[in-house]
Design a protein around this ligand. Sequence first.
Ligand SMILES: C[S@@+](CC[C@H](N)C(=O)[O-])C[C@H]1O[C@@H](n2cnc3c(N)ncnc32)[C@H](O)[C@@H]1O
Length: 232
Amino acid sequence: MTGEFELEAAAPWGRNRAEYTTFFDLAGLPARRRILDCAAGPSSFTAEASRLGHLVVAADPLYGLPKEEIKVRIEESREAIAAGLRSAGHRFVWDAYGTPENLEATRLSAMKHFLEDYEEGLAEGRYLEAALPGLPFEDAAFDLALSSHFLFLYSAQFDLDFHLASVLELCRVAPEVRIFPLLDLDGERSRHLLPVIDHLQGRGLATEIRKVDYEFQKGGNEMLLIRCEAPS
Ligand SMILES: C[S@@+](CC[C@H](N)C(=O)[O-])C[C@H]1O[C@@H](n2cnc3c(N)ncnc32)[C@H](O)[C@@H]1O
């Protein structure tokens, strides 16, 4: 089924650290990892994980905007997402959140946390304006790169070339990349997933589709893990 959940190409909307931990199977991650959250938007992951001692940098084109404008963009997303959930609520698993109102409250709380951290984080270089597929980081600047709710989700808006270039760029800056979810906005497995995996395997990189303990989009309980160092 298509057309029920329409969003402007990658509208800002933010999830929290507990959600990221399940999306990316991060429980037990050793302290002081250098983590890139790419397409981080108004997620509170960076704010929360930094406080726990991880060295997290969030990258997103959104960070070219001042806080007050980001608040306006979040409000616009809120209306679009509420409308999408009204028309396509049956495509989601509600066990964890209960109701659309509870889900929205969870998201707004994460984004409030992000907004409270934003200006301090900008000054400290933890929030950096940047856009895939070209990132302003040195090779292997991070131990792990994460991308939540951008790559694969917006498969209708961003083509295979964009996905390939973006995944290779994430691999340039980190030896391990994790991407969640693998479904598009229509709740179908992304049309780009298998071609991206084929391409990576053709370069000798190891990929794994890992089941995770999170499912909100029905069937959206898989994460792609890429080990970016080809055997020599
Ligand atoms: C739905 S939000 C996801 C935010 C966060 N990762 C999360 O899961 O809560 C998608 C984000 O992708 C960002 N985005 C759009 N184009 C991008 C690009 N070319 N490179 C990196 N991020 C981009 C948007 O600005 C937006 O913040």
